[in-house]
Design a protein around this ligand. Sequence first.
Ligand SMILES: Nc1ncnc2c1ncn2[C@@H]1O[C@H](COP(=O)(O)OP(=O)(O)OP(=O)(O)O)[C@@H](O)[C@H]1O
Ligand SMILES: [Mg+2]
Length: 281
Amino acid sequence: MAVVSLEGVNKSYRLGGQTVYAVRDVTMAIEEGVFLAIAGPSGSGKSTLLNLIGCIDTPTSGRVVVDGREVGATDPDTLASYRGRTVGFIFQTFNLFPVLNAFENVEYPLLAFPELNRRQRDERVRQYLELVGLTRFARHRPNQLSGGQRQRVAIARALAVKPRIVLADEPTANLDHATGSEILWLMKQINLRQGTTFVFSTHDARVMEAADRLVRIEDGRLTGLGMRRGVQWVFVPPDRGVAAGPVVEETHDELSAATLVVAPSSSHTETIQPVADEAIK
Ligand SMILES: Nc1ncnc2c1ncn2[C@@H]1O[C@H](COP(=O)(O)OP(=O)(O)OP(=O)(O)O)[C@@H](O)[C@H]1O
Ligand SMILES: [Mg+2]
């Protein structure tokens, strides 16, 4: 079952009498459990695509379907609740609240969850700070943390709501190589252990290497789906997806021929097990 699917989605902006096409005719389905990189040059539409997937932005035309429901037809309260509970966002620039410490930053989205009492909320925050290795830094504000530590706070904040899908916009772009690798490793562990779906954008080849699926975007259009064959990437053009085996297939008749189905690789499907909260530690 797709967590999110996009059907013939376009996003354009009017700017100084000109129309900028940021995303063009994108059709893709993101299946639960995938660890997917969206790769493309600067300005190719990666951030726009992530914002559309995360329902932070709405398409100019086309449909975004979440759990079988079309986003455009959903009322704003329901949509906000979907975003809060289903999607975790990790931004390139971290987007932490500067006046809140690490603990309070992670706690913030949980304040909107009435089912958690204070004790449960505290426990959840501690659990996720521990997961990202920041227990000792809980009382530090962002300006008292390194870039890598800030990014780990952002990851803990995104994960603490137990989202089904984590969207990360160039999560390692502001980090050195070693810290970036550590962050990717952490995301991959969570993907494998909890089955959380990850979609991240990058133009860094090293970051692409960590993915098990790769979608290429150029000039707003999807130009290929990369799948792993050992250490090699095999690329298929989106309109020939059916030739690529079980993970890429033309789906429903109502979708255009250029349908990408992005699903977890079978080896990962086997290893993904639901993990009880206690086991995350
Ligand atoms: N709010 C906006 N108004 C006008 N044009 C925009 C807006 N947001 C994005 N664009 C344009 O849409 C295109 C895609 O932008 P986007 O930010 O999605 O690219 P990107 O692939 O994320 O680039 P980068 O790697 O530099 O972050 C660009 O040409 C950009 O200038
Ligand atoms: Mg961007």
